[in-house]
Design a protein around this ligand. Structure first.
Ligand SMILES: *Cc1c(COP(=O)(O)O)cnc(C)c1O
Length: 336
């Protein structure tokens, strides 16, 4: 076996290790790990509130975006009347996965092309619908929801239905038409915005995310938070990451520049890549999906393959992205 480098491009992780200040915060906190953390990470919630310039009662911290999705579904599941949730499809696999685990029925509304079909989703809302997941930019297609479309959707959906705008990739968006969840909160008490430190701050291993919303729903989410949920290491890392925002901004810029380079290069060899606003690209390869993923694997590039549909590839450092382009340029899988 040659010593081939493995490029992990299958989970939308950051290719960068933590910045030095974050690493130091983790090491410092490790010395206190014999102690329980705070029951609820108040200082972190305050740092997040300051970052978004909202009052702290509009922030709920959780165990990654996934943990908060579970908390939201918990609220749906425990009501007196059995509720259901809606999500676009294909979208984040976590929605149906976590919903199924909690016994919450989830109905899928097909994408229109690569984007949410918000008109169809608004129409799909019925009496027992309690929550709608919107993913912007959408995982795995990368296409964001536009601000005007979000506002039209919110105007059509009854206020008793929670609209969860999953923006875990929002920090990678460069198109100014992309919906801005936090800016949309005023006047929309049923909107909940979901963010995470996993992708935009490269802290996937520490499991910290948060929701922004009006005090009522945020208090309900906090009411179903497990005590001592966020370890001291994660709490310290997330606070240090927010304080190092300029460094993360620079990293995200490097990733989005690579994303746009990769998109153009893939299109030049005939792959119909939708314009992504996330840190990943979607290659709708249909029947050629499995072959393409195998060719990537053979060159040490792990991608996320959705059989018969397409391949999602995380944008990494240039050498990782170049492996993807080599496979695409080899042509055999692309022109079919
Ligand atoms: C990765 C991801 C999440 C959750 O990530 P966490 O690591 O749990 O914060 C949520 N939504 C989408 C769309 C994702 O891709």
């Amino acid at each position: 076996m040659s010593e081939q480098q493995i490029h992990r491009a299958d989970a939308n992780e950051s290719p960068y290790p933590p910045v030095p200040a974050v690493r130091e915060a983790i090491v410092d906190a490790a010395a206190r790990i014999n102690r329980y953390p705070e029951v609820y990470p108040t200082a972190l919630a305050e740092a997040i509130a300051a970052h978004h310039r909202v009052p702290v009662d509009q922030v709920a911290v959780g165990a990654g975006g996934a943990g908060l999705i579970q908390q939201m579904l918990h609220l749906v599941a425990r009501g007196r009347r059995r509720g259901e949730v809606l999500a676009a499809w294909r979208s984040f696999e976590g929605y149906p996965l976590i919903a199924e685990g909690m016994g919450v029925p989830l109905r899928r509304v097909p994408l229109r092309g690569y984007a949410h079909d918000l008109a169809a989703m608004a129409k799909a809302v019925r009496r027992r619908t309690k929550l709608v997941f919107l993913c912007s930019p959408n995982n795995p297609t990368g296409v964001p929801i536009r601000q005007d479309d979000l506002e039209r959707f919110l105007a059509r959906v009854p206020r008793r239905v929670f609209v969860v705008l999953d923006e875990v990739y929002r920090d990678f968006a460069t198109d100014p038409a992309t919906a801005d969840g936090p800016a949309t909160l005023p006047g929309h008490p049923n909107l909940i915005v979901l963010r995470s430190f996993s992708k935009s701050y490269g802290l996937a291993g520490l499991r910290v995310g948060y929701a922004l919303g009006h005090p009522g729903p945020i208090a309900a989410l906090r009411g179903v938070t497990m005590p001592f949920l966020v370890p001291e290491t994660a709490r310290a890392a997330a606070i240090a990451a927010l304080a190092a925002e300029p460094e993360y901004v620079a990293r995200r810029r490097a990733v989005t520049a690579e994303r746009d380079r990769v998109t153009a290069a893939l299109r030049a060899v005939g792959v119909d890549v939708p314009a992504s606003e996330g840190n990943f690209v979607w290659l709708p390869l249909g029947a050629r999906t499995a072959g393409f993923a195998a060719a990537c694997r053979a060159r040490g590039l792990q991608v996320h393959s959705f059989d018969g549909e397409g391949v999602r590839v995380t944008v990494g450092l240039p050498d990782s992205n170049d492996v993807l382009l080599e496979v695409a340029r080899s042509g055999e899988f692309v022109r079919g």
